[in-house]
Design a protein around this ligand. Structure first.
Ligand code: SIN
Ligand code: FE2
Length: 217
């Protein structure tokens, strides 16, 4: 991990925003590869359709989810876990499209995490009104690797909290093409998404897509 990379940043650099010692917003980082990203997205959901999972407590999640790469995150009455196959089809999750892997690795490196080798990519779909409650990403085996999150479509307010659920959270607006990377000292910080406002994006319509790349196994 190269921790000195951001020392030279201007405090007001609008393209990079620091959320923590090892947490950064890379504004518009995904924009230049949008055509490949959108076709990668379509190939994923055609092979593994979006679905609304049930939490261990029996609630239907308002976020719709699918996955690509070797491991996919899933949830049901028995708990949260990663699986090598899609429980709906019994088939392996779709392979990660090369442009997605490249984006995740270059964003991680930009934030100081060299050699990021994700094996899981969650794809979340939000519509206006959808939210994601505060949580930690802690079902992964390897907390040394960062989380890389890529947002497409309509905007959302991302909440970036502390190490306790009740810590005050920073509200970070995320727009089409923004990437957030958090790892190191910030890897287990609570985070969530406020209910999305009604909006329409020229490419994606009334939805927000979020990819999160992780090293899960
Ligand atoms: C997540 O925490 O898994 C997703 C975050 C987001 O949608 O921005
Ligand atoms: Fe998360």
């Amino acid at each position: 991990m190269n921790l000195d990379l951001f020392d030279s940043l201007e405090p007001n650099d609008r393209r990079q925003q620091q959320l923590g010692q090892h947490a950064f917003v890379l504004r518009g980082f995904a924009i230049s590869h949008m055509t490949e990203l959108l076709s990668a997205l379509e190939s994923i959901w055609q092979a593994a359709p979006f679905r609304h999972l049930t939490t261990p407590g029996g609630l239907r999640m308002s976020v719709a989810l699918t996955n690509c790469d070797q491991l996919g995150w899933t949830s049901d009455r028995n708990g949260y876990r990663y699986t090598a196959t899609d429980p709906d089809s019994g088939h392996p999750w779709p392979a990660i499209p090369a442009p997605l892997l490249h984006l995740a690795q270059t964003a991680a490196a930009q934030a100081g995490f060299d050699d990021f080798a994700p094996d899981a990519c969650l794809v979340n779909r939000y519509e206006p009104g959808t939210k994601l409650s505060m949580h930690q990403d802690k079902n992964e085996q390897d907390f040394k690797a960062p989380i890389v999150s890529v947002s497409l479509g309509i905007p959302a307010l991302f909440l970036f909290g502390g190490h306790a659920r009740t810590d005050k959270a920073e509200r970070v607006p995320l727009f089409h093409g923004d990437v957030v990377v958090w790892g190191g000292a910030d890897r287990l910080r609570y985070h969530g998404v406020l209910p999305l406002k009604e909006a329409r994006h020229p490419l994606l319509g009334r939805q927000r897509i979020n990819f999160t790349f992780r090293k899960a196994g």
